[in-house]
Design a protein around this ligand. Structure first.
Ligand SMILES: CC(C)(COP(=O)(O)OP(=O)(O)OC[C@H]1O[C@@H](n2cnc3c(N)ncnc32)[C@H](O)[C@@H]1OP(=O)(O)O)[C@@H](O)C(=O)NCCC(=O)NCCS
Length: 184
């Protein structure tokens, strides 16, 4: 991590883009397993095997290394405690757009503003990448709709029965968008 990539939060949380590596992949896998077990709707079912969680992050960080996305991590000391992904690889007719995905904070670290600052960091990077539109989605129950609305995202609508909750049962998904920079 170079100094210019770092962003201090309060006294002890630092945000940085993540690169492939066994230790980082293991920490991200543990967060994903914990968040899914806690009921977080992030594309996986509970119980999530370590091998599957690790394989997901290996693929995601490999895509980051190719410049297709940026995976941000929030560090409490040496430990990653929250993450968000800025997906930059878009179809040829949507070069102005990016997507926010895999936003999650360890339950032990919630309510400290970490996800808010991760999202702000991702938005600043999206602007630097000349993106003017961000899109994301979240489960209607136990999701983060209020969180995104407070941070300026506009609801586009709900698709019912979009996905299964980690512990079973179909749930709807709410889509959001936000304009960035001069086009806002
Ligand atoms: C959503 C999530 C990332 C928020 O993490 P966090 O680090 O606790 O968020 P912050 O501390 O920055 O919260 C900022 C504000 O949003 C509120 N907030 C956080 N999560 C919320 C939720 N799920 N629903 C409603 N409000 C929420 C907080 O209370 C806080 O409000 P305040 O500023 O008035 O105190 C975390 O709850 C999480 O990991 N959830 C499970 C995974 C998930 O659903 N991710 C979203 C998928 S798109």
């Amino acid at each position: 991590m170079s100094a210019c990539e770092l962003r201090n939060i309060g006294t002890d949380i630092v945000i940085a883009p993540l690169a492939p590596g066994r230790e980082i992949e293991s920490m991200l896998a543990q967060i994903l397993i914990e968040v899914v077990a806690d009921g977080g709707s992030v594309s996986f079912m509970h119980p999530l095997a370590v091998a599957d969680a690790t394989a997901f992050w290996q693929g995601s960080l490999a895509a980051a290394a190719r410049g297709e996305r940026i995976v941000f991590g929030a560090f409490d000391g040496d430990e990653v405690v929250a993450t968000v992904t800025l997906q930059l690889a878009m179809p040829a007719n949507q070069p102005h757009r990016a997507e926010i995905a895999k936003m999650m904070t360890r339950p032990s670290h919630r309510g400290r503003g970490i996800a808010s600052r991760l999202l702000q960091t991702a938005e600043a990077r999206a602007i630097a990448e000349k993106r003017t539109l961000l899109v994301l989605d979240t489960a209607v129950e136990d999701g983060a709709s209020d969180f995104y609305a407070r941070l300026g995202y506009t609801e586009a609508g709900v698709i019912p029965d979009y996905a299964y909750k980690p512990h079973g049962g179909l749930i709807g998904t709410r889509f959001f968008w936000k304009r960035l920079g001069a086009a806002a």
